[in-house]
Design a protein around this ligand. Structure first.
Ligand code: NAD
Length: 312
């Protein structure tokens, strides 16, 4: 696959990140945006980031920043951007109609063998690709922000997607150093957000019900569960947490787990008085102004960078 062309449609946060990930693997990347000047602006931004990563010795792949940049071009014309591509990664706004229109337009400009991939976080493949004629070559490749440090990619097929198409997406993601996982069928929220929402819901309920503070529930994750979840998942955790492994774990904890899980409250409303209270509490810890949030995001990315190094 190396040296082949990938077109990135939409050059916002995620489009730029995908471009950097693909470049690191030695792919040629053509980046397109329908807002004039946006794609060329993305190149300036990517150059800055690649040079900083090189300085920090955190650049991914075997190529220098200059070599990676030489593989990148920006386009204000979609047809030109798609020329020669074998894989199209769509990264436009999270708007169903916008995505449907983009894929309809793209399909009319590429040959049958080109793979059409969407970055959507929340939309279902059967909706995103409903205006595509040949849906056997469609797939969702859902990244996690920021993809440069958090390598997971959820591959979610349309009901008609060919296994060979999933295989190519899987190989591509592995080749550029991402960590792909396959969903066997589409489901709302995919896997990552379903698990994330379960955690958010119970954390919210515990704060809402006056059991624990915002600060402390976040510590339960960052100093507790999160410590191991960066390296092992929940199922392996069960397997390791009883002397004789999973069967033993189930025997010991099955009833307790069921009792606690059956006592979980309903889906929170995430609004009204409890929301106001939780907003106030988190803003006392991290004020909602731009500069504070930016500083915390920079801290997060720095720490993720260190963790990514450790995981290598
Ligand atoms: P963004 O707003 O930063 O960027 C969207 C870009 O798409 C803009 O540059 C816009 O000009 C361009 N665009 C809009 N319509 C277009 C069109 N018809 N043709 C070409 N370009 C067009 O958004 P983002 O955060 O980069 O999100 C992009 C996608 O990635 C969304 O589907 C989102 O759900 C998904 N995603 C985002 C995150 C995240 O954390 N931001 C994580 C995973 C997936």
């Amino acid at each position: 696959l190396k040296g082949k062309i990938i077109t990135v449609v939409g050059s916002g946060l995620i489009g730029r990140s995908w471009a950097m990930v693909f470049l690191s693997g030695g792919y040629k990347v053509k980046i397109y945006d329908n807002k004039p000047g946006q794609a060329s602006g993305a190149i300036t931004e990517i150059r800055k980031q690649l040079e900083e990563l090189q300085q920090a010795q955190m650049l991914r792949g075997n190529l220098s920043a200059a070599e990676q940049l030489s593989l990148l071009s920006s386009h204000d014309d979609l047809q030109q951007a798609l020329e020669g591509a074998f894989f199209v990664q769509e990264c436009v706004f999270e708007d169903l109609e916008a995505k449907q229109t983009v894929f309809h337009e793209v399909e009319n400009l590429v040959t049958e063998s080109v793979i059409l991939s969407s970055s959507t976080s929340c939309l279902m493949p059967s909706n995103v690709f409903s205006r595509v004629q040949n849906r056997t070559r469609c797939i969702i490749s859902h990244p996690v922000n920021p993809p440069y440090y958090v390598r997971l990619v959820e591959l979610v097929p349309h009901p008609e997607t060919l296994p060979a198409v999933i295989d190519v997406a899987y190989s591509l993601m592995t080749d550029v150093g991402q960590a792909p996982v396959r969903l066997k069928k589409e489901i709302d929220g995919f896997a990552l957000n379903r698990v994330q929402y379960a955690i958010i819901a119970e954390s919210w309920r515990l704060v809402q019900d006056g059991v624990i503070s915002v600060k402390d529930i976040d510590l339960v994750m960052s100093e507790g569960l999160g410590m191991r979840y960066a390296f092992i998942g929940p199922i392996e955790t069960m397997h390791l947490n009883a002397p004789e492994g999973m069967e033993d774990y189930l025997q010991r904890y099955r009833e307790g787990m069921k009792r606690v899980l059956n006592a979980f409250g309903p889906v929170p409303d995430f609004s009204g008085e409890p929301a106001a209270r939780i907003i106030k509490e988190i803003c006392e810890l991290i004020p909602g102004e731009h500069e504070h949030l930016t500083a915390r995001r920079e801290r997060r990315d720095q720490l993720l960078m260190g963790l990514a190094k450790l995981k290598k």
